[in-house]
Design a protein around this ligand. Structure first.
Ligand code: SAH
Length: 219
């Protein structure tokens, strides 16, 4: 039976099977190791974060359009970036680029609190609707540029951006707590994922992880 012929419980079972296969093949089958990240990726209903026309592709190994010229990241990238943040319920995370809200949901499951910023109001509204519908209460939503909101003096144990600036924004480095970790794509035509850490003596370290392709940072 094709996905379209199923409804109700049968359909939910089919999404669950696809999610399990995604975790096994695309995540654990590559290099994602954190059991908590794998468990959450196997549970969050990614198909609810894409429009109905793309639901049958929600668990495939590639990004999908979410409107306004933006994309929901490939599942592997979501899991891998999350793992680099060393998630912990005692930590707060700042996310730039709410987009569909899927990465936000994964973060909300693994961190104590998520502050998420999106520059396109319509995308933020859509994400809020889905995330509230799923019952998340530990997410603060902001509409605007990721560098200007929210309260500039607040620092975070983890920061993730899912749009690519040309260089690592100093404003974001400033917002890392000692021991904090930030992961983001950097570059224009060729982009690489960068891991920026602030050690306990406040020194900053940067490490280039791997090549990626994200939407550009909007100014
Ligand atoms: N994590 C999202 C990825 C969405 S794509 C998901 O998986 O669905 C990146 C998002 O970053 C887009 O929604 C885009 O509008 C947003 N964005 C781009 N530049 C931004 C900026 N300067 N401040 C806040 N959000 C920004």
């Amino acid at each position: 039976m094709s996905l379209f012929e199923k409804s109700g419980e049968g359909l939910e079972d089919e999404y669950r099977r696809r999610r399990e296969r995604m975790v096994k093949q695309q995540l654990a089958g590559r290099d994602v190791r954190d059991p908590a990240v794998l468990e959450v990726m196997g549970r969050v209903p990614r198909h609810l974060f894409v429009s109905p026309e793309y639901r049958h592709e929600a668990y495939e190994d590639y990004p999908l359009p979410i409107g306004n010229g933006q994309t929901i990241s490939q599942p592997y990238i979501v899991a891998s970036m999350t793992e680099f943040l060393l998630p912990d319920k005692r930590k707060r995370v700042l996310e730039i680029g709410t987009g569909s809200g899927y990465q936000t949901a994964v973060l909300a499951e693994l961190f104590g609190r998520v502050v998420t910023v999106e520059i396109i109001p319509e995308l933020s509204r859509g994400a809020q609707e889905v995330l509230r519908g799923l019952g998340y209460t530990n997410i603060a939503f902001h509409v605007g540029d990721g560098l200007s909101v929210p309260s500039a003096e607040e620092r975070f144990a983890a920061i993730i951006a899912t749009a690519a600036p040309e260089t690592v924004p100093a404003e974001l480095i400033d917002r890392l707590l000692p021991g904090g970790r930030m992961v983001l794509p950097v570059g224009s035509f060729t982009q690489h994922l960068q891991l920026v850490t602030r050690d306990e003596s406040e020194a900053i370290h940067m490490e280039t992880l791997y090549a990626v392709r994200f939407v550009p940072w909007r100014h």
